[in-house]
Design a protein around this ligand. Structure first.
Ligand code: ADP
Ligand code: MG
Length: 228
């Protein structure tokens, strides 16, 4: 019975309406795009929405310093530090050279906070510590599968599309394991709506199929109606 599906609000105005009200609770999603398309911002906005609803959240960053993430988020008015002090939020740096224990760290942090939202940003650097793409694929596959066994926590995995690539992720495994894929685009020309988003896959969801322009405003990402 489809009525058993619980939806999780992304916190991104204009997006939930394109996918039956939001992500499916407990599922894992990929947000991908080339560099500078807004993936980290999307991830922060998703976690901030969780905190506003009382959901504990965990952010595992393999790239940026947690201090920088918090400072950037403050520009949008998202004060993660206050929630960290209350024990409702944890932003952790995980050395990409130690990717072998990422799954264990992730599951124990989710358990410790009773987290209902998780971000991993990003899988693109996981290759730094592993010798072959096959090893990375196995690792990414293992991590996402571990998340799937956890019904209460909705996860957002950030990956990266290499410039001029038709792939959806760095290692070509992320998009197959997750329940949904959102691609962020940036056309470095013109002013209005040079950013757009496509929902490439969304299991158990009748989702919008257009290219949706979005803007980054004072409150974060806002998705607009498709251009005719
Ligand atoms: N305060 C802001 N106001 C407007 N645009 C911003 C702001 N902060 C970041 N951006 C835009 O978002 C882009 C970076 O977003 P980010 O989420 O870090 O990208 P990614 O993680 O995909 O590399 C920047 O290149 C900039 O264009
Ligand atoms: Mg980023």
């Amino acid at each position: 019975m489809p009525s058993a599906i619980k939806r999780v609000k992304t916190g991104i105005p204009g997006l939930d309406g394109l996918m039956e009200g939001g992500f499916v609770q407990g599922s894992s999603y990929l947000v991908t795009g080339t560099t500078g398309t807004g993936k980290t911002l999307f991830a922060c906005q998703f976690l901030w929405q969780g905190l506003q609803q009382g959901d504990p959240v965990v952010y595992i960053t393999l790239e940026e310093d947690p201090v920088d993430i918090k400072e950037d988020a403050m520009l949008f008015g998202w004060d993660f530090a206050t929630y960290e002090k209350k024990g409702l939020c944890k932003i952790i740096y995980h050395d990409p050279a130690q990717v072998n224990n990422l799954g264990t760290v992730m599951m124990s942090e989710i358990a410790a906070l009773k987290a209902r939202r998780l971000v991993i940003d990003s899988t693109a650097v996981m290759g730094l510590s592993l010798d072959t793409h096959a090893q990375v694929r196995r690792r990414v596959y293992g991590i996402i599968n571990a998340l799937k066994s956890h019904d209460g926590c909705t996860a957002l995995i950030v990956s990266e599309i290499p410039e001029d690539s038709k792939a959806l992720s760095r290692f070509g495994v992320e998009e197959f394991v997750v329940d949904g894929v959102i691609v962020l685009n940036y056309l470095g020309i013109g002013e209005a709506y040079n950013r757009s988003l496509v929902i490439r896959k969304m299991r158990r969801t009748n989702h919008g199929k257009d290219v949706y322009p979005f803007e980054i405003a004072g409150r974060g990402i806002i998705v607009k109606k498709p251009e005719m």
